[in-house]
Structures are given as C-alpha cells and as structure tokens.
Design a protein around this ligand. Structure first.
Ligand SMILES: NC(=O)c1ccc[n+]([C@@H]2O[C@H](COP(=O)([O-])OP(=O)(O)OC[C@H]3O[C@@H](n4cnc5c(N)ncnc54)[C@H](O)[C@@H]3O)[C@@H](O)[C@H]2O)c1
Length: 336
C-alpha cells in the first residue's frame, strides 16, 4: 500500500481524498489542515466547481493534525500530497522533499517561475519523486486528443483553440496576491497543455483585463510557433454568477476536426468525411489519472515523466510572457 498524507482539506484535498478511495493501492494515513475542524476530519462546507461527496473522514483509520510540518516528517507517511493555497506550495514542497518524501503538489507550482524553479532544482536532487498535479494531462478526452495528434490520425494540426471559463470562485482566489488571478490559477491548464502538444511557443500575444482579483481574470492568448500552426486559448472567471464552469477545445486537422465540450453529453466528437463521429473513450477524470500514475511510479521506483517540475516552470514562464503582453500590448518572446 502507498501511505499518503494530504495537507489542506479544502476543495482539492477532499477531491484527492475521494480519488484515493478509487485506487486499491492507496491508503490515506494522515491529514493536516490549519482549521481544527477539518484536521479532525469534518469536511463539511467549502467550495468547488465539481461535485464532491465526502463530508466526514474515517478518523479511526487516519491521524489528523493542524501542523503540516508534523505530517511532512511523519515516518508513516511516504507520499505528501500538497493541496493548500498556492502561496504555501514553495515552503511545503521544499520541506517535504528535504524530509525524503515523495511529493505531489497542486498547480500552480508557485506564484512565480523563479519560485517554481527552486522546487524544480530541489526535486532534481531529492531522494523522493516529485510531480506537479497538472491534472489536465491525465484527463481522458485530452489524452485521446493528444494521442490522435501524435498518430496523425487526421493529418497535421492546422489550428487548436482552447476554452476554460467560469464565474469568480469564492474565498482566497479573489485575492490576486494569493491566487495570481485567473491567468495563473485557471488558464495555466491550457497553457501547459499547449506546451505539452506543441512545445514551447516562441512568443505570445495576449489581451485581458481584471475583474476582482487585481490580476488578469479574463484573457485570450495567441501562442506563436515557428511552423505557423494557429493556437489560441481563452481563460476566464469573469462570467456571470451562475454560469456553469466549462472547458473545451477544437483541434482542426487536415482531415478532421476534433471537438470537446465538457457540457455536452457526447463530449468528444470528431467531424470527418462529412460525419460526426462520437468518440468512445476511457471515462476517467484527470484526478484519477494523475494520482494513480504517481502511485504507480512510486511503486515501480520510476521517476514520473508524464509531467515534471520543469514542465510546471515552463508553463508559469509562458504565463509571465502572457501577462507582460497584456500589460504592454506587444508580442512577447518566451524566455528559454
Ligand atoms: N487541479 C485543479 O483542477 C484544481 C482545482 C482547484 C484548485 N486547485 C489548486 O489546489 C490548491 C488548493 O485549492 P483549494 O480550492 O482546495 O483551496 P481551499 O481554500 O478549498 O482549501 C485549502 C485548504 O488548506 C487549508 N490550509 C490553509 N493554510 C494551511 C496551512 N498553513 N496548513 C495546513 N492547511 C492549511 C485551509 O484551511 C483549507 O482547508 C490551489 O493551489 C489551487 O490552485 C487545483
């Protein structure tokens, strides 16, 4: 069994806990939250753009603490799963790695690429494995799309557009100093996936504005590549309250158009040869994909490669170029 400790029992901590219940080799042995009610296993309340059900942890099987350091150094804990707000990621990840643990850390890895690089450098030297929880890379429809592109199933990609939009989340996300705004907290998923598909863009051109956080809360980016493939993404949490969160993509290839819309019953469709082909695919969500992959890597003693700390640094570096582009109105080159 993989013995896991979760730090932070809000929306993501609860989501990870529930996901571990679906993985036979996972055993959550310890939890930490600064809120004593949550540290005692009471998960009622909170927020989330996806439904979660567990409201009480079985504390006869799990130890709880309000001190995350205690969990990071606990000898029973093999894997530290960091699910606290973004400003805490750097300190917690460094300490858990220094304690010799395997560490999974929620995205974004840090508020700046400079801080994210500190984690990447520590992870490169650490005894334990490290993986940023970039769940989109493990989302079944997105994996399918990447596979179809890799195999050139419908020929070369001509264009790819991505969309991730919702209303302003509650709590600390509204404070841009903590969350970085929608550009960092939300849009990072698509920027990372763009890099995953096409590599580092040479430059970006972005337009955007703030609504509540003081940082960019809605933007549209064009990612510029030497081969002229047209790639763009929209990210927003400025939509009206009550707007249902949505994500999607349209990838247009030489002989087919791949379309995914979270809100549609048949969410993944390929239009080719004049027909709409509903794609039957594995239905797992990205949380199950990423957590089971990380546990498999730990069990096999194989360093995780499907997403790395370096990937997380690159995504934030591209986002920093996007932010500069919004501020200057110019095309901004992405640093190497
Ligand atoms: N992968 C995704 O799709 C996704 C979705 C939402 C959030 N996230 C990320 O997950 C992280 C957490 O977000 P969330 O929505 O779960 O936040 P949240 O506010 O719901 O939960 C954070 C929890 O951490 C606890 N906490 C705060 N300070 C602490 C400390 N010093 N020690 C121990 N516990 C502490 C809080 O009491 C709270 O229970 C963020 O980095 C966020 O960007 C990822």
């Amino acid at each position: 069994m993989a013995r896991i400790g979760i730090i932070g029992l809000g929306f993501m901590g609860r989501m990870h806990y529930e996901t571990y219940q679906k993985i036979p080799s996972a055993q959550v042995v310890m939890v930490a939250d600064k809120d004593p009610k949550r540290a005692a296993g009471d998960l009622s309340g909170g927020w989330g753009n996806m439904q979660t059900g567990v409201s009480q942890l079985p504390m006869d099987k799990i130890r709880g603490t309000t001190d995350w350091r205690q969990l990071a150094h606990d000898p029973e804990v093999e894997i530290v799963d960091i699910c606290v707000a973004t400003p805490l990621h750097l300190e917690l990840a460094l300490e858990a790695l220094a304690a010799g643990k395997h560490v999974l850390c929620e995205k974004p890895l840090a508020l700046t690429s400079e801080d994210a690089q500190k984690v990447a450098s520590a992870a490169a030297k650490a005894k334990g494995f490290f993986m940023p929880a970039m769940c989109l890379r493990f989302w079944a429809e997105w994996e399918w799309m990447r596979g179809a592109i890799g195999e050139q199933k419908y020929g070369a990609v001509r264009s790819a557009t991505f969309r991730r939009v919702g209303s302003m989340p509650a709590g600390w996300f509204k404070d841009g100093q903590s969350s970085g705004g929608a550009i960092l907290d939300l849009h990072i998923h698509d920027t990372d996936f763009v890099c995953h598909l096409f590599g580092k863009p040479s430059a970006v051109f972005s337009r955007g504005y703030t609504k509540t956080s003081g940082k960019i809360d809605h933007l549209v980016t064009q990612y510029l590549f030497e081969n002229n493939v047209l790639v763009s993404a929209e990210g927003s949490w400025c939509f009206a309250d009550g707007w249902p969160f949505n994500m999607g993509f349209t990838v247009n290839c030489e002989r087919g158009t791949i379309h995914y819309d979270l809100s549609r019953k048949d969410s993944l469709i390929v239009y080719a040869d004049g027909k709409a082909n509903v794609i039957e695919h594995d239905k797992h969500d990205g949380f199950f994909g990423e957590l089971s992959y990380f546990l498999d890597c730990v069990r096999a003693g194989t360093r995780p490669s499907r997403v790395t700390a370096d990937d997380a640094v690159l995504a934030i570096r591209v986002l920093e170029a996007e932010r500069k582009s919004v501020e200057t109105g110019q095309v901004v080159r992405v640093k190497t």
